[in-house]
Write a protein of this length. Structure first.
Length: 220
């Protein structure tokens, strides 16, 4: 009997060399007292008994997609997807008490992205957060260090080694800014106070922020 030790690894499966049986100051005899001959053939790699004591670690965390992103902005109702990639294939064990989460920094607020997919003998886990009304981030969504959490769930590799969840922070991603505030008219001015038939009036509208795709049809 051998107890697997930390650092033992064998991706092909345990094997046994020829003539590896040794007395080690012991004795092997038959009932008549004849010493056993210990020579034997080699046993090839046994793929049913592989060894993995290496804990899976987080290779990277990144915002990978966002539904509805326009001009590098996401709006209320848009889903932001974040992918945590591990050093080896991992599993998320079905757990009725909870699944892993990942916290996003949206402006000065922390927002929880919930488990969406992956973790079924794959290296990637995808988390998703739906932008809410009043979420604002003019620099872009960021991710703090070590914000991947089990939340009563389990992340492990095929050998049952628990994942190490530490990871680096992700700076503001300018491709995923957040703006849920509708632009409003701060003021407007007219070019002339008195007009006669045939004159054109010019009205200048000043908005609270830059606007695009503005047309006459938008004016009432």
């Amino acid at each position: 009997s051998y107890t697997i030790q930390s650092g033992d690894n064998d991706t092909n499966g345990i094997s046994i060399g020829a003539n590896a049986l040794a007395l080690n100051s012991g004795t092997i005899r038959d009932p008549a007292g004849n010493d056993a001959t210990l020579t034997h053939s080699a046993v090839s790699d046994n793929s049913s008994v592989k060894v993995d004591t290496t804990l899976p670690t987080v290779s990277s965390v990144a915002i990978t997609d966002a539904a509805g992103v326009q001009n590098s902005f996401v709006n209320a109702g848009d889903n932001v997807s974040v992918t945590a990639t591990f050093s080896e294939p991992i599993f998320i064990v079905d757990n009725s008490s909870g699944n892993p989460t990942l916290t996003l920094a949206v402006g000065s607020d922390n927002r929880t992205a919930t488990y969406a997919s992956g973790g079924d003998n794959s290296t990637a886990i995808v988390f998703r957060y739906m932008i809410q009304d009043n979420d604002t981030d003019s620099n872009g969504i960021s991710i703090g260090a070590n914000v991947l959490a089990l939340n009563n769930g389990t992340i492990m590799d095929r050998a049952g080694n628990d994942g190490i969840l530490t990871h680096s922070l992700v700076d503001n991603n300018s491709s995923y800014k957040v703006d849920t505030t509708p632009p409003s008219v701060d003021n407007f001015t007219m070019s002339d106070r008195e007009l006669k038939i045939g004159d054109n009036a010019t009205v200048t509208l000043v908005f609270s922020e830059a606007v695009i795709a503005f047309s006459n049809a938008d004016i009432t």
